[in-house]
Unconditional design. Sequence first.
Length: 95
Amino acid sequence: MARPKVGVTIALLLLVSAFSLGLGLTLPLMQVEKLYFFTQTPSLLEVIGTTAQSGDWLITIAIALFSIVFPLVKLSVVFITAMARDATTHTSPLF
């Protein structure tokens, strides 16, 4: 059985990592129970919105920076690096 190309593996891992980042931002982080009947399951985006509405800007910026901005920048840099074409051979490292 032939091994898959490294480029295909990198492309699939980039797709999975982008999908996982989206899930991590939107799915509930924790479950908070108030009394017996009321529960809350805030997502990361809801936590950021709530801290911004309450006026805690330092915490809001820190959470957004380390949970959204840095992962997006890192994913973008990896994607651009993977898709960059070598100037001498005119080929993509993925293919």
